[in-house]
Design a protein around this ligand. Structure first.
Ligand code: ZN
Length: 290
């Protein structure tokens, strides 16, 4: 099992959380010509020349109304901010994070995923969930406070479990496909964790709902920030414990077993190497058959 972080992790920043409530330091950092800001627009990132994310002086791009520059942290001793803008600034073009991921370094992918997640949250949480009044940005972007009712709101991260179901006795794994995917694409089963549910319970419930299969021996593998718009993918492996796979709750078009030799032969079009689903499958393929 490889030790490298998953794509969209590994931002290589000091998050400098103690500075978020230091207005003098923040004002100096925002004015410092060595500080930079990444720019996001409605879940997409802004590229500059080539495939590199555009980096601008902090005041160079106007934040979307009701938002403000967010302090991502310190990179090589200099402040890195993120700005959610109404549109791409001059010299920038919009790009999908998933499409450009292969061209980004680990640290670039981590930083821009972090910026995108915060931009998504600010854009969609400008009004108080408790009373509907416009809220104000606090703590360098890590809190929104309601002046009308006093409620505080914090950036959300929505947990999603994603799991590879293995059947060691037959040296095979269970994969599913959604109707909207390219022909032949199969991937791991996945689903949102529900309130009042442990991660192990969410894994077993999702597999039962989507494939009518029972699992046990749920083991954590790794995780991946997935800012589409605000998820954290929590990767697990688990062991087949019974049942015949069949499409369950309508989320999937097909669910079926693939043996190791079928996957090696290319019988399934596997997900992008930048998705944790692929990492789970590749790590299983690298294991010695039992
Ligand atoms: Zn309120």
């Amino acid at each position: 099992v490889s030790a490298a972080p998953n794509t969209f992790a590994g931002a290589a920043l000091d998050r400098a959380s103690a500075r978020r409530r230091d207005p003098d330091w923040l004002a100096r950092a925002a004015a410092d010509p060595a500080s930079r800001a990444l720019v996001t627009v409605r879940g997409e990132l802004v590229l500059g020349a080539g495939a590199a994310p555009l980096e601008v002086p902090v005041g160079a791009v106007a934040p979307l109304e009701g938002t403000a520059p967010v302090l991502l942290g310190l990179r090589d001793g200099h402040a890195l901010f993120a700005v959610e803008a109404a549109g791409p600034p001059d010299g920038g073009r919009l790009a999908s994070l998933r499409e450009v991921a292969p061209a980004l370094s680990q640290a670039e992918g981590g930083a821009i995923a972090y910026a995108t997640a915060l931009g998504n949250w600010h854009r969609t949480h400008r009004f108080c969930a408790a009373c509907g009044a416009p809220t104000e940005v606090r703590d360098a972007g890590f809190r929104r406070s309601c002046p009308a009712c006093g409620a505080d709101h914090f950036p959300r991260t929505d947990p999603v479990v994603i799991m590879l179901v293995a059947d060691p006795a037959a040296d095979r794994v269970l994969l599913g496909r959604q109707a909207a995917w390219p022909p032949g694409r199969y991937s791991c089963l996945a689903g949102f964790v529900e309130p009042g549910e442990a991660l192990e319970e969410a894994v077993a419930r999702e597999v039962a709902e989507e494939a009518d299969v029972a699992v046990g021996d749920v083991r954590y593998h790794s995780s991946q920030p997935w800012p589409f718009p605000a998820s954290l993918m929590l990767g697990f492996t688990c062991r087949y414990a019974g049942g015949e796979p069949r499409v369950g709750d309508g989320e999937l078009e097909d669910v079926r077993w693939f043996t190791r030799s079928q996957l090696v032969a290319g019988d399934a079009l596997l997900p992008s190497p930048h998705a944790i689903a692929r990492r789970l499958i590749d790590d299983w393929l690298e294991e010695e058959p039992t």
